[in-house]
Write a protein that binds this ligand. Structure first.
Ligand code: MN
Ligand code: MN
Length: 290
């Protein structure tokens, strides 16, 4: 009768949870549109639009053990936010799969490090992004969201890395990617070859047991996801991103959905972000049931 504004159908306690929703409301390095700190709560609100039953996967989310832990208090200093995220991850039970709601993309390197500490063994990371995010530094900080993938690549726990949806970066970033053998697949390749072919090629680089998925919502065309920090036309469709999640859901150790800026939204971007999170839960649950 009384509704807490957590993620829809997240009625379980942490002890029993199979899925844990964690909000990371940090936007201290935003370079164009700010406000992604309001992203987690906008996604939660939007999640109530949807039926708990998912017809495609035949899964009812109200039957699953989902816990919403709320938001971490991350302040405005990137160094503080990074430490807090890493420490916070230690509280998550190992059997629960975390779903992180951003926040800007700079949350992801800290998550990767935290997940590396949480369980032994290497980690592969797949990033969906319009941008390479390979800058060494941006806006006088190495912690900028424009450096997210560069920082991920420095993590000890990292084994393999690939990104899909790329269509923006500086000449230096593309040169650095070529020199260092960084695997990326462009939005144009997805358009021409299809998302399954692009994902197949990316997965050749991601062979270890543990795979983490980071979704920068600007990977989507602004027609689908207009409310992001740095919108970039000629992007992926919502069907493309759904397909990636559906295929990878069974083997993911976690995912994040970042860069939503609710102030620029008429609701559609938050709705899509919430739906993508629910897609992950339903697709994974179906795999476990079968
Ligand atoms: Mn990014
Ligand atoms: Mn981006």
């Amino acid at each position: 009768m009384f509704q807490r504004i957590g993620f829809a159908d997240a009625d379980s306690g942490l002890e029993e949870a199979e899925y844990v929703v964690v909000g990371l409301p940090f936007d201290g390095t935003a370079s164009f549109r700010s406000g992604s700190r309001d992203g987690p709560d906008a996604i939660r609100l939007a999640s109530f639009n949807f039926e708990s039953y998912d017809i495609h996967h035949g899964v009812d989310l109200s039957d699953l053990k989902i816990c919403d832990l709320g938001n971490m208090e991350l302040g405005a200093d990137p160094a503080y936010a990074e430490e807090t995220i890493k420490e916070g991850l230690a509280f998550l039970p190992e059997r629960a799969v975390p779903i992180f709601l951003g926040g800007e993309h700079s949350i992801t390197p800290a998550i990767v490090e935290g997940l590396g500490r949480r369980a032994p063994g290497a980690l592969d990371v797949l990033v969906l992004d319009a941008h390479l995010d390979l800058r060494e530094e941006y806006g006088c900080t190495k912690a900028s969201h424009a450096c997210a993938s560069r920082r991920i690549l420095e993590k000890d726990a990292l084994e393999g890395y690939a990104s899909i949806g790329i269509r923006s970066g500086s000449r230096e970033e593309f040169d650095w990617a070529a020199e260092n053998g960084i695997a990326y697949y462009t939005a144009r390749q997805v358009r021409e070859e299809g998302i399954d072919a692009a994902l197949d090629r990316a997965m050749e680089r991601l062979q270890c047991e543990r795979l983490y998925l980071s979704i920068d919502l600007d990977v989507l065309d602004p027609a689908y996801a207009p409310a992001v920090g740095n919108p970039e036309p000629f992007g992926l469709s919502s069907w493309d991103v759904q397909r990636v999640i559906e295929r990878l859901a069974p083997r993911l150790v976690g995912l994040d959905i970042n860069e939503l800026t609710p102030a620029y939204d008429r609701g559609e971007t938050a709705l899509l972000a919430a739906r993508l999170a629910r897609e992950f839960i339903a697709a994974r649950a179906k795999h476990k049931i079968l």
